[in-house]
Design a binder for this molecule. Structure first.
Ligand SMILES: [Zn+2]
Length: 298
């Protein structure tokens, strides 16, 4: 549910239909509404036919007295639409930015950037650093322009950019660390919580030039760490796991070990633990150790 919510934030219009949310846990759904992270908008004008297997989208027509909604289906004919199915909700990245600033105990007021889908959340203390925090409700292709926008407004600050995805390809973000909301943020008991350990690790990596050495003395640069985070994220999405705690429980490993595996920090885990973890998520070791874009020269 949370991962679906986060993914939808990358859309220009982050809306959910009744069909989208109908299988969500009612308590989680109510928590999103109460937190203002989701709000109801006007009824849908189109709906997917549920009377035949074609899943075609049709314009909703109304009876003259406005009490009955229906669509036409080429195979079934006129199909009544349950009014509940026309309800829609929209995610609120504005409200999310406020909750994130509070969960991270950031100082300063949340400020929207001119771009419209970017927010400065404030500055906070994480693992001995005081980075600037930003939220971008964007899709992967918009990341370079979002980074440029932050640079224009705040200069080359050390920062953390929270995103609704894990970049599949390494993106030049300089002193900005990108963090996937689906990995570092969870909604528990109606409250937003942020896994600052994961963020702190990324900042620590940035401080050392983003380079770690594994037992073979090979470098595990940021591109490889990003590649590994994307592998974990894909497993979490496929298994509806929300947050690193849930992933750690599922894999029977500590969060600290998982962060270490991402960074290639072998002081945090044993080799057989890594192999067992990869076995559970169905990822071959060769894939784990290879970045999407390997360096031209090793
Ligand atoms: Zn149909």
């Amino acid at each position: 549910m949370w991962s679906e919510y986060v993914q939808r934030l990358s859309h220009v219009n982050p809306e959910f239909t009744y069909d989208d949310v109908s299988d969500w846990n009612p308590g989680d759904f109510a928590a999103l509404i109460t937190a203002g992270l989701l709000y109801e908008v006007e009824r849908a004008t189109h709906v997917v036919c549920d009377a035949c297997p074609e899943a075609h989208r049709e314009r909703v027509r109304w009876s003259s007295n406005g009490t009955r909604a229906f669509i036409s289906c080429p195979s079934v004919g006129t199909v009544d639409v349950i009014l509940e199915r026309l309800r829609r909700w929209r995610a609120s990245p504005v409200q999310l930015s406020t909750w994130l600033a509070e969960a991270l105990a950031l100082s300063g007021a949340v400020q929207p950037l001119p771009d419209g889908r970017l927010w400065f959340l404030g500055r906070g203390c994480v693992a001995g650093h005081t980075p600037y925090f930003f939220l971008a409700a964007i899709e992967p292709g918009q990341l370079p322009s979002a980074v440029a926008e932050i640079r224009r407004a705040y200069g080359r600050v050390t920062g953390v950019l929270l995103l609704p995805f894990s970049p599949a390809e390494p993106v030049e973000t300089d002193k900005l660390q990108v963090a996937d909301l689906g990995l570092v943020v969870s909604l528990r008991a109606g409250r937003i919580t942020v896994d600052s350990g994961f963020i702190g690790d990324q900042l620590a990596d940035a401080k050392t030039g983003g380079v770690r050495h594994d037992a073979q003395g090979k470098k595990a640069p940021r591109a490889l760490a990003a590649h590994r985070r994307a592998i974990m994220k894909a497993f979490m999405t496929a298994n509806s796991l929300v947050g690193m705690d849930a992933l750690a429980r599922r894999l029977g490993a500590s969060k600290s070990a998982l962060y270490g595996m991402v960074r290639g920090d072998k002081t945090r885990y044993r080799d057989d633990t890594l192999n067992a973890m990869l076995n559970k998520i169905g990822c071959p070791r060769s894939k784990w150790d290879r970045a999407t874009k390997p360096a031209a020269r090793a």
